[in-house]
Structures are given as structure tokens and as C-alpha cells.
Design a protein around this ligand. Structure first.
Ligand SMILES: *[C@@H]1O[C@H](CO)[C@@H](O)[C@H](O)[C@H]1NC(C)=O
Ligand SMILES: *[C@@H]1O[C@H](CO)[C@@H](O)[C@H](O)[C@H]1NC(C)=O
Ligand SMILES: *[C@@H]1O[C@H](CO)[C@@H](O)[C@H](O)[C@H]1NC(C)=O
Ligand SMILES: [Cu+2]
Length: 232
């Protein structure tokens, strides 16, 4: 009777250690924290030929992530290339998230030429653990999406548009619209003048493991108690 409870607790513990996860759109491939640094999808090699896609609205759709790191720079890039190895196009200004937690860009738009095309979306997070990757397989559709419930900003995060020469060197083109960065004094990342930036890898690793671990521990405790209550 306790077994399902213990299993659930173990799963919770595992997810509490993730570098970052994508809440929306649904990702492809099984999530593997240890392989999250493998480009372009975090240990998974998608093929657009036979992949199940999710709809993404060119008039505006959301990209929602949850990070355990104190700071992350986010790059969203797509390719219609079958093996998703190259020819990446940047689709949104690079965002710097400060503070761990949920971050959501709620109105990512694309030119209407993309309607009907399939693409791999590669979400790249740059932070204390270097470059990390997750992918979604998209089918571009007309219209504007209703904001999904997973699209939220954590109450303790702040976000702003930044230049990041490491991330902007990882695309061969950019279709960032002016509107994306209109409230930013920074030039869009597609600019060719690259400013030297601190390498993310040089900082000592300091995950929010302690907090995540404690949270998981407390959750485990609560679940075991709940399990007991159920058995009594
Ligand atoms: C690269 O991507 C662009 C934009 O999707 C596309 O127009 C172009 O044909 C692609 N180039 C190659 C070599 O696949
Ligand atoms: C997208 O939808 C709009 C509004 O319904 C319509 O005017 C437009 O022709 C559509 N575009 C395509 C490419 O289907
Ligand atoms: C999250 O914050 C960013 C930056 O301030 C903002 O552009 C975005 O719309 C916010 N997302 C939500 C879901 O409110
Ligand atoms: Cu990490």
C-alpha cells in the first residue's frame, strides 16, 4: 500500500533536481537531467519526418520554462531542418531571468509564411551549469493561442532583454520582431557586434539543490503522512 506513495516521492525528488524543464509547449523525448547539456535537445535526436507535433500559433503563442538556477539567459530557436542539427533561426529576443522559478514569454510570434510547416523548437538555457537544452516539435498554425495555464512568471523572478554573444552565435539567422524588444534599451541579439561576456561555465556550480532537496524531503514527509492517514 505504501509502494505507490514511495514511488511518487522518488519521482518528486528527481524532478526537484532538474536544471530546467519546459512547461509549454510539450517537449519531445524523455527528460533526462544528466543529458540536458547535450545539444540540441538535451540527449534526444528528433526527426521531423515521423514526429508527433503540437500546434504553435504564429499570431502569438507561449513558451514557458521552470529553472532551478539563480540566473538563466534564454534563447528560443527553430529549425525546419529534418535532423535538427543546424540552420537555426532565433525567434525571440534573448531574455535574462533572475531568480529561480517559472518564466513565460506569452506572445512569441512568427511570420505567417511558417503556417503549415513543422519545426523543432530548441530552448537553450545558459547559466551556472553552462548551456542546457530542451526541444519541442511544432506545427505552425494560424491564429493566436489562448495563454496556457502553465504560462506564469514566478513571483520572485525578474526578466529583461539582454545581449548574449554565446547564445546569439548559436543561430544562423534571426526573425526577432521589433516588438519583442521595444521596452528594452539593448539592441536585439541579432546584431553582429558581439560584446565579450562572462563565460557561464566559469562560475562555481550552485544549484538550488539545498532548497529543492529540502522541499522534496518535506513533500516526501507529507506524502508518507498522507499515506498513513489513508491506511488508518
Ligand atoms: C534555413 O532556414 C531558412 C528559414 O527557415 C530556410 O529558408 C532555408 O532554406 C534553410 N536553409 C537550408 C540550407 O536548409
Ligand atoms: C490567418 O487567419 C486570418 C484571420 O482569420 C486570415 O485573414 C488569414 O488569411 C489567415 N492566413 C492564412 C495563411 O491562412
Ligand atoms: C513574464 O515577464 C516578462 C518580462 O517582464 C513579460 O514579458 C512576460 O509577459 C511575463 N509573462 C507573464 C505570463 O506574465
Ligand atoms: Cu543545473
Amino acid at each position: 500500500m505504501l509502494r505507490p506513495v514511495v514511488t511518487a516521492a522518488l519521482l518528486l525528488t528527481a524532478s526537484a533536481y532538474a536544471h530546467f524543464t519546459v512547461q509549454y509547449p510539450e517537449t519531445v523525448g524523455e527528460f533526462n537531467d544528466d543529458e540536458e547539456s547535450d545539444a540540441p535537445c538535451g540527449g534526444y535526436s528528433p526527426s521531423l519526418d515521423n514526429i508527433e507535433t503540437v500546434d504553435f500559433h504564429v499570431g502569438g503563442d507561449a513558451i514557458a520554462t521552470k529553472s532551478t538556477h539563480p540566473q538563466t539567459n534564454w534563447l528560443y530557436r527553430i529549425t525546419t531542418d529534418d535532423i535538427a542539427k543546424n540552420n537555426w533561426t532565433q525567434i525571440y529576443s534573448i531574455v535574462q531571468q533572475s531568480g529561480p522559478g517559472d518564466y513565460c514569454s506569452e506572445a512569441v510570434t512568427l511570420p505567417s509564411e511558417y503556417i503549415g510547416q513543422k519545426a523543432i523548437l530548441s530552448i537553450v538555457g545558459s547559466g551556472i551549469d553552462g548551456l542546457l537544452y530542451q526541444c519541442s516539435a511544432l506545427l505552425f498554425v494560424n491564429g493566436t493561442a489562448d495563454t496556457p495555464s502553465a504560462c506564469v512568471n514566478g513571483s520572485s523572478i525578474t526578466a529583461s532583454y539582454v545581449d548574449d554573444s554565446t547564445l546569439s552565435s548559436m543561430v544562423s539567422s534571426s526573425i526577432v520582431s521589433d516588438a519583442d524588444s521595444s521596452d528594452s534599451s539593448e539592441t536585439p541579439a541579432s546584431s553582429t557586434t558581439s560584446t565579450p561576456s562572462e563565460t557561464p561555465n566559469s562560475a562555481p556550480s550552485m544549484h538550488t539543490f539545498a532548497m529543492g532537496g529540502l522541499g522534496a524531503l518535506m513533500t516526501t514527509g507529507a506524502m508518507v503522512l498522507a499515506g498513513f492517514a489513508f491506511m488508518i
